[in-house]
Design a binder for this molecule. Structure first.
Ligand SMILES: [Zn+2]
Length: 289
């Protein structure tokens, strides 16, 4: 169903529990992906309070927040606990995403625990950072099944297969993402950072079918693309599958506002990207129950 809403939803927001921030150097020793992101040039810390304050400034109605997807299931759990508390105290302004290591023992129970606390999705998971291969069904079937069974969508980090390297980029791009889609057509997946360009293959009739369960978020777009990418994705037929996501705290709504204005999107297109598509995704993820 198409939503006609002016609700503004930021679908890609990171929060860091204060304990993680305080101990980051110790954690970084055994979590190399976390270490590389934290020492990156654009890194910033953010708490749930920071998110709520920023939302007020930027007139964002709802944010979908997630902790950091560590390899260590204990650290994932700590992040999820923090998100549970933040969501509970937010009066509906924050929705939670669960972080798990999909190769760890017992991660299914952790997803279930988060679902029972009202979480709507799982992610942002880092295939390279957490060392799992999204093209290998032997490594993904438990994760896919758990998302599907619980009516949750999955948010996976992906990046461009071209261009310069940057901390956290990783090697999972459009090719790997499309393989995941064909392996798991039942799971609703958001590929972060415009799926590393995956949306452009929506112009292939064959791929349009494979990508039926794929969405793309705009996280980090001001660092990666010019505003034309939004027009191009809309022209490729992916306008109903683009979700506004800021990648807060490294970026916030002001940078996106400039980009969206430069793209000269219609009111309807902007409304879809800023919130309606996100509501549509949630409904579809839920109806797969
Ligand atoms: Zn990401």
């Amino acid at each position: 169903m198409a939503y006609n809403t002016d609700m503004k939803i930021d679908t890609h927001v990171h929060v860091h529990p204060p304990e993680i921030q305080a101990d980051w150097e110790k954690i970084a020793v055994y979590e190399p992906h976390f270490a590389s992101l934290c020492s990156g040039r654009v890194h910033r810390w953010g708490t749930a309070e920071d998110v709520l304050a920023r939302m007020k400034e930027d007139s964002i109605d709802v944010s979908w927040i997630a902790g950091f997807a560590f390899r260590d299931p204990g650290l994932c759990r700590l992040c999820n606990d923090y998100v549970i508390n933040a969501v509970d105290g937010s009066g509906g302004r924050l929705k939670g995403l669960a972080v798990v290591n999909p190769l760890s023992r017992g991660f299914e129970e952790e997803i279930l625990r988060c679902r029972e606390a009202g979480f709507i999705g799982v992610g942002e998971l880092f295939p390279d950072g957490q060392v799992f291969d999204i093209t290998d069904m032997r490594q993904t079937w438990r994760l896919a099944a758990q998302c599907h069974e619980n009516g949750m969508f999955l948010l996976l980090h992906t990046a461009e297969p071209v261009g310069s390297k940057y901390p956290g980029k990783g090697g999972s791009g459009p090719k790997e993402a499309s393989k995941f889609c064909s392996n798991h057509p039942e799971v609703k997946v958001v590929f972060a950072h415009m799926g590393g360009g995956l949306w452009s293959y929506e112009t292939m009739p064959e791929m349009k079918i494979v990508l039926r369960n794929a969405w793309y978020d705009t996280a980090a777009m001001p660092f990666l693309y010019g505003s034309e990418v939004l027009n191009a994705a809309v022209a490729a037929g992916a306008g109903d599958k683009i979700l506004y996501g800021s990648d807060f705290p490294i970026l916030d709504a002001r940078r996106y506002e400039e980009l969206f204005n430069a793209a000269a999107l219609s009111k309807g297109q902007k409304r879809s990207i800023m919130g309606a598509n996100a509501l549509d995704l949630l409904e579809r993820a839920n109806s797969s129950l």
